[in-house]
Design a protein around this ligand. Structure first.
Ligand SMILES: Nc1ncnc2c1ncn2[C@@H]1O[C@H](COP(=O)(O)OP(=O)(O)OP(=O)(O)O)[C@@H](O)[C@H]1O
Ligand SMILES: [Mg+2]
Length: 269
């Protein structure tokens, strides 16, 4: 499959590098919450060891992404997509290897990250903006357009725990694009939106694509990826299986999944 990435590499040198990843590894260590039996407890005490689960979420991965790219990222659940995005956006430090990012990143992770449910949409928007480095005045000047794009005028002063999943992701998307990032990472954040909002946000993504920006979209919606991406990256067990032309990579991935041409697997499920 490496030929897929090689075919793209001819024009690489003429473009500006945005992200450079070399031999990246990310390992999660979690202590297992399994209630030990008397026997295993004694055994463990004897060894002075706690039971841990070690996951190599990203495994010796190297990747270069240039400005002007809309990159789709695919792979089965647990393949390491979100983990890779967390490292690129600086949320998690790499366990090994190197990540260099040349630009301002704005990350939209899947639902549940970033906003405080007890606070209103308005307060979250301010906090989110400040955390991302905007001044109060900048947020104020953009406030109305952010809320309007999200279509949340009526609920912006309600606590966010009362929002539906779609409303939540609308606000997240709207805030992220208002930051005018060099690198925009969308990790399944659009999947909760209704059809109309999805179309609207994808149009926005296409409008934002230019030579000075990188847009990374992690999604299981193959049809959408085929429409908007220049390139698709397929991850499995924290490694790159294939990278290159969306149609070719997605076809290979579908064959791997044994879903063939089943239309369900192509839609935005
Ligand atoms: N915070 C964490 N602590 C421990 N293990 C984790 C953590 N987050 C993810 N993992 C593990 O890392 C691996 C990769 O997870 P990741 O969330 O990156 O997958 P993904 O490709 O984004 O999957 P999905 O399509 O379901 O979103 C999985 O085995 C998962 O169990
Ligand atoms: Mg994920």
């Amino acid at each position: 499959m490496s030929s897929l990435s090689e075919s793209k590499s001819s024009d690489v040198n003429s473009k500006k590098r945005a992200i450079s990843i070399e031999n990246l590894g990310l390992v999660y260590r979690t202590t297992l919450d399994k209630r030990p039996t008397f026997k295993t407890r004694i055994r463990r005490l004897a060894r002075r060891k706690r039971q841990t689960r070690i996951v190599h979420a990203v495994n010796n991965l190297s990747l270069e992404i240039n400005y002007g790219t809309v990159l789709g990222v695919i792979g089965t659940n647990g393949a390491g997509k979100s983990s890779l995005m967390r490292v690129i956006s600086g949320i998690l430090p790499p366990t090994s290897g190197r990540v260099e990012v040349f630009g301002k990143v704005s990350t939209l992770l899947a639902l549940g990250v970033g906003f405080n449910g007890k606070l209103t949409g308005r307060d979250n928007l301010y906090l989110g903006g400040l955390a991302a480095g905007m001044s109060r005045a900048q947020i104020e000047s953009k406030f109305d357009s952010i809320v309007e794009f999200a279509g949340l005028e009526e609920v912006i002063d309600a606590p966010m725990r009362t929002y539906s999943s779609g409303m939540y992701s609308r606000l997240a998307f709207s805030v992220a694009i208002s930051l005018d990032p060099d690198i925009l990472i969308i990790d399944e954040a659009l999947s909760a939106g209704d059809a109309r909002y999805k179309v609207k946000s994808l149009e926005k993504v296409l409008e934002m694509r230019n030579q000075d920006r990188v847009i990374i979209i992690v999604s299981h919606a193959m049809k959408t990826l085929k429409t908007v991406c220049d390139e698709v990256l397929w991850l499995d067990h924290g490694k790159i299986v294939a990278q290159g032309d969306p149609t070719t990579v997605i076809k290979a991935y579908r064959e791997f999944l044994h879903v063939g041409d089943a239309p369900e697997s192509d839609e935005d499920l």
